[in-house]
Design a protein around this ligand. Structure first.
Ligand SMILES: Cc1ncc(COP(=O)(O)O)c(C=O)c1O
Length: 404
């Protein structure tokens, strides 16, 4: 997107504003799709990465299926036009109402997290006279070597079951008349930038699948989850879709089972930016130890609009939309929220900026708008794709409508 286009969108829709590029989303989906080649596979878009309806609909138009992580995301998937048989339902701590809905709909797989959850699904299926399709989420005790807050495949993480527990549970499910074990599932984390952990997780899952199939289990698919990372910093090394598929496919191929992928960030992350306007500037008091003058650049977007920097110390490149001439300054780019952690970028070099200038926060298409909140009674930003509004900005009336 050109600076002129970004400036025009900010003028038309206001800021903070999420701006997405549909062509880039399509292109990235196709790249992942073609990396899978001729091996049977289904790409289930991880709705949690960006749940705005127009984006989820776009993924469906691309040919994706859906990975829902809550009852709300199941409803979004249905609203976007996905059939229940195209939805996998994942997540720790599924509520009775969520499980009931998934069983009644007959989703493609409920990725079960514990023996207790499987028991609850079985009881619901029996009462409904249905056969619930269940996959077991394994926890392979593999370090994703990503940020600890987004690593999910270690034995100490709350997700999934050990291989031994999964094996025992699979045998129980096999005997149950109201359950069909359709596959296994693993997801060891997000923003993974090395192939080895992904390959190890796939190997662990495929090994168990082979054992279960030898015992007669009628598995249909192996779900490797999501996790493929993107370069947030210039020059950061990441795994390409082909390297990814080449790493995970060999053990899956040995089983002959359909490969299921749940990518989120890799598809939508680089296709979205957050536009924000500078609302104030302050020079920081001089450091008694000396050093370069440092500025606070106070933006109208903060942690309520893009939580990742405050939540995980995540890095997003931040640039002036129309850089002014002059020497760079050392800046902390902060938001207006009443928290010191409300910082979009620390110790960045920016050209001189003035109040009213636009900044663009890059690679904000995934885990951006979905994590926005109303803290400080702030309205959730508007979203635009290809220059058209896809979600309007909240108003104070929206914010107050639930208060009694
Ligand atoms: C179970 C599951 N599947 C898929 C994803 C999507 O991951 P990513 O956006 O890193 O591809 C997540 C996100 O953490 C997840 O928890």
């Amino acid at each position: 997107m050109t600076p002129e286009q970004l400036t025009a969108m900010a003028a038309e829709f206001g800021t903070p504003l999420y701006v997405y590029d549909a062509a880039l989303i399509r292109e990235r989906y196709r790249a992942l799709e073609s990396a899978c080649g001729a091996y049977p596979h289904d790409i289930h878009y991880a709705i949690k990465a960006n749940a705005t309806l127009a984006i989820v609909r776009l993924m469906r138009e691309c040919g994706a299926r859906a990975d829902a992580n809550s009852g709300g995301e199941i409803e979004v998937a249905l609203r976007a036009g996905f059939a229940p048989g195209e939805i996998v339902f994942t997540g720790v701590g599924k509520s009775p109402a969520e499980l009931q809905r998934a069983v009644a709909l007959g989703v493609k797989a409920i990725n079960a997290e514990s023996p207790g959850e499987v028991e609850r699904i079985a009881a619901m299926a029996r009462d409904a006279g249905a056969i619930a399709r269940v996959a077991i989420r394994i926890n392979p005790d593999v370090d994703a070597e990503s940020h600890p807050h987004i690593s999910t495949g270690l034995r100490t993480n709350k997700f999934g079951m050990s291989i031994d527990a999964a094996r025992a549970l699979a045998r129980e499910i096999g005997k149950h008349p109201s359950l069909h074990i359709v596959g296994l599932h693993v997801h060891i984390g997000s923003q993974i930038t090395k192939t080895t952990p992904l390959a190890r997780a796939a190997e662990a899952m495929a090994g168990l699948a082979k054992e279960l199939m030898a015992e007669g289990a009628k598995l249909e698919h192996l779900d490797v989850g999501g996790g493929l990372g993107i370069p947030y910093k210039a020059g950061q090394t990441v795994v390409s879709p082909q390297e990814y598929v080449d790493a995970i496919l060999p053990p899956i191929r040995e089983t002959g089972l359909t490969l299921v992928l749940e990518p989120g960030r890799w598809i939508v992350g680089p296709a979205g930016v957050l536009l924000t306007r500078v609302v104030d500037l302050k020079e920081q008091p001089a450091d008694p130890a000396g050093g370069e003058p440092r500025w606070f650049v106070i933006a109208d977007a903060g942690m309520t609009d893009l939580l990742r920097p405050a939540l995980y110390g995540a890095f997003h490149q931040i640039d002036a939309v129309t850089p002014r001439a002059g020497a760079d300054r050392l800046c902390d780019i902060v938001g207006p929220v009443c928290e010191t952690t409300d910082t979009l970028g620390s110790a960045r070099r920016l050209p001189p900026v003035e109040v009213g200038d636009l900044l663009v926060v890059k690679d904000a298409g995934a885990y951006g708008s979905v994590m926005s909140s109303n803290y400080n009674r702030r309205a959730v930003p508007a979203e635009v794709m290809d220059g058209k509004l896809i979600r309007r900005r909240q108003t104070i009336e929206d914010l107050l409508q639930w208060d009694i």
